[in-house]
Design a protein around this ligand. Sequence first.
Ligand code: PHE
Length: 352
Amino acid sequence: MQDQLNALKLEVEQAVAAAKDAAELENIEIRYLGRKGELTGLLKGLAGVSAEDRPKIGALANQIKVQCEGLIAAKRSGLEDAALSNLAETEREDVTEPGVRPPEGHLHLMTKAINEITETFEKIGFVRTRYPEVDWDYYAFESLNMPPDHPARDEWETFFMDAPVSEMGKMVLTPHTSNSQVRELERGEFPVRMINIAKCYRRQSDATHVPMFHQFEGLYVDKNVSITHLRGVLDYFAKSFFGADRKTRLRPFHFRFTEPSFEIDISCGVCGGSGIGADKQKCKICKRGWLELGGAGMVHPNVLKAAKVDPKKYSGFAFGWGVERTYLMKEGMQIDDLRALYKNDLRFLKQF
Ligand code: PHE
């Protein structure tokens, strides 16, 4: 038995010396020293050894086991050291090799438009504000001179929230940015020079309408503000946003919250306002020389009163229109379907 044990030790020594990696070592360990391994098998023969020799053989077996384990452990750490010192070779990096560029995005078309509109108005002293995009009926309609059940409200195809009603009425998804007017005036700081850009919602979806869109709302209230100031600001905006050769015109219109009210047109950039294209036919973009931008007017006294501002002391103007439409007009872009802006199709968005 003693010989068998010594032979086993010799075998382990040779196998360990020949092992090339950790996996091989593991196999050696299992094969010779494991629970069902060769050493355990040999020790079963201990029963046949004389009682006198048994302790000696037992001690030898144990000694051989410890020696073999030591051999394996030493070889294992030797292999690890070798792997580490090889690292410099196997994982060498060429720091001069050109890297892989991470994909680079850019701002969404509408974010760019909002930034640009903000900057344009900031240059003449307007301040960008933020007001709720889910607001009380009171701010969206009633304070704007549109009492409950007034038919003018129908123009704003409104989403109502399924939420508790307060003394300010129901909650709505703001159908226009004009909800900011009374909220801003209520702050009671004059002059008011606000540009409010926000999301608006209306129940409409087709090629030229999206149910979620953006508007910007300008409000200027101070002493002695007149239509001339309104014209000046609109002209300034048209020229800096669209180009120095563009003109604006006011067409009489009706809004409940402004009096008088106007729709603002801008001269067409393609036909120069003549309505006649290069081919001597009607201009394909505007058909009549002008493009419609949005609404405006002098703030209605009832709106000032709703905000506890004295209409005998203060006057002002307001204007508001859609960011999407305005931006597309600026770029002279003919987008067949406005909904493409919000479909997140990168093939479309990457073009801008
Ligand atoms: N809120 C109006 C709309 O959504 C536009 C407007 C704003 C008109 C301010 C007059 C003054 O159509």
